[in-house]
Design a protein around this ligand. Structure first.
Ligand SMILES: Cc1ncc(COP(=O)(O)O)c(C=O)c1O
Length: 506
């Protein structure tokens, strides 16, 4: 058959083409005949079975031989013409077009003469090599994930259904730069009260989350090669965004008072400083007031942009959430970024940033220009959710639940290991750190735990300066149902006892 297609040279025998097509058509399939014939003809042309220059049978003849409507064949020919597979000349007929690559590259590749070079960029290669993202995003003891099963889905879907009934074009088109205005108003009220953030609705920019907020801030405020201070250790995602934007990262150690730059770090001020003052990620300390003031003063003097990542401050156990760094900033140097991912559910992909007044237009235009935002319907649902009081009550309820889970996990640790292993950073958030002795390879422990079905993150992975890295396991408790905490910890503890010789049960 294939030889026959070629052998005919200038025109194809209608019967043979019709037989070839018929053998492949599924006349009982749901897929329309037009689509099936079109795809088969395209395939025959791309593989060279129908060679360039071949004259196709008339639509009437092919339709008769295939036993299908002539209109169907006409549609197929029209589509083939529109997509460049064939050329039609009125009165003369329809000919297969020459679609082979012009530069002979295909022939060379076929002959093995050239092999496409791997064109990944250096920053792309570094991003992939240092990737921190886990293949598993749910289950015991995944850090940073709230209990999505507790999300008030019925309330959300009720609000959503109500809004869809009166969906107007301005909710279904692209978002105006900055996002849905009523949401920006609701969030500014919320942030003023809950986080002592000083802002007007205009200063709020809705994004798809903290990753995007940092990306946007860096693109608008820093240039390739600029220096960025990052806490060491820090969140791998923030590090990846900064690094792949071409910034030079300067790891700054943290101590019990938070970011602790040495005198030599100050000599060459960075363009950007990314900090987690309310709950250092991943170790959990709070930046002291003295350090906050020192950082703000340094930023004011040297025109450093501070990005305040306030990712999970709503969940503070035993005391009220702490005030933001932004609330202390009188010089307009702080870009505050937050997320609804931890309060509601991560897959919502919604976050916000609060930018200094003088940058409002820059960010509104920037966000629209770079990401062409949408999701106004979701934003409208969220607005109603907030205004009806559901956000506050859900966060309050989750704070109680996560507090219980945190305690259950600490109790399980104490019951098994007594006080041999310290717990760090458990006053707030969705995770804490279980410290391990310095000689322990925490990556190996985490790998063995994963093989046993328990997710943990090795602390060493969060450090840029690996010589100074503490060893430990990040344990997220928020997404684990109360009754599963002890059994899962028992599995993890068994792994730990096997891999860490000196860790013995209490
Ligand atoms: C410190 C920190 N910042 C930001 C994020 C991500 O936020 P988002 O999901 O809004 O991009 C995380 C997620 O775990 C985090 O731990």
């Amino acid at each position: 058959m294939e030889e026959w297609f070629h052998a005919l040279g200038n025109s194809v025998d209608t019967i043979i083409l019709a037989d070839w097509l018929s053998a492949r058509l599924d006349r009982t399939a749901a897929e329309p005949m037009y689509r099936q014939v079109l795809e088969l003809m395209q395939q025959a042309i791309l593989t060279g079975q129908l060679a360039p220059g071949t004259k196709l049978p008339s639509s009437r003849t092919l339709a008769i031989d295939l036993g299908i409507a002539r209109n169907t064949v006409l549609h197929v020919y029209d589509q083939l013409t529109a997509e460049g597979y064939v050329n039609s000349t009125t009165g003369s007929g329809t000919y297969v077009a020459d679609t082979a690559p012009r530069d002979g590259a295909a022939k060379k590749a076929k002959a093995g003469e050239t092999k496409a070079p791997c064109t990944i960029s250096r920053r792309g290669a570094r991003l992939i090599a240092q990737a921190g993202v886990s293949p598993k995003q749910w289950g015991a003891f995944m850090p940073g994930v709230p209990d999505v099963a507790e999300f008030p889905a019925r309330t959300w879907s009720r609000l959503q259904a109500r809004l869809w009934k009166r969906a107007s074009p301005d909710l279904l088109t692209y978002a105006p730069g900055g996002g849905y205005r009523p949401l920006r108003r609701a969030l500014s009220d919320y942030l003023r009260v809950a986080r002592s953030v000083k802002c007007q609705p205009d200063q709020i920019i809705i994004t798809t989350g903290i990753h995007q907020s940092i990306d946007l801030a860096v693109r608008l405020l820093a240039d390739f090669g600029d220096r960025a201070w990052v806490e060491d250790p820090c969140y791998w995602g923030a590090r990846s965004v900064l690094q792949s934007s071409g910034l030079t990262l300067v790891p700054i150690p943290v101590d019990e008072e938070g970011l602790n730059p040495a005198a030599r770090d100050m000599i060459e001020p960075p363009r950007i400083a990314l900090v987690t003052p309310s709950h250092q990620y991943p170790l959990g300390m709070v930046m002291s007031l003295a350090r906050r003031r020192a950082l703000l003063e340094f930023a004011r003097q040297h025109k450093v942009w501070i990005i305040e990542d306030d990712y999970d401050s709503e969940f503070r156990y035993g005391s009220r959430p702490l005030s933001s760094l932004q609330g202390l900033d009188d010089a307009g140097q702080v870009i505050y970024v937050g997320s609804l991912g931890k309060m509601l559910y991560p897959g919502l992909r919604m976050g916000y940033m609060v930018v200094p007044e003088e940058l409002v237009d820059t960010f509104r235009i920037g966000v629209a220009e770079l990401y062409r935002e949408g999701q106004l319907m979701q934003q409208a649902v969220l607005t109603e959710f907030i205004l009806d009081g559901h956000l506050t009550s859900h966060v309050r309820r989750m704070r109680g639940l996560y507090g219980e889970r945190r305690e259950l996990l600490i109790n399980a640790i104490r019951a098994r290991f007594g006080d041999t292993l310290a717990v760090r950073g458990d006053e707030a958030g969705l995770h804490f750190v279980l410290e391990l002795p310095q000689f322990v390879d925490d990556r190996a422990v985490a790998a063995d735990a994963l093989a046993a079905g328990v997710v943990t993150r090795p602390l060493v992975n969060y450090f840029m300066n690996r010589d100074e890295a503490l060893r430990g396991l990040m344990l997220g408790y928020a997404c684990v149902p109360n009754d599963q905490i002890a059994p899962h910890f028992a599995t993890l503890a068994d792994v730990m006892e096997q891999t860490i010789p000196l860790v013995v049960s209490a």
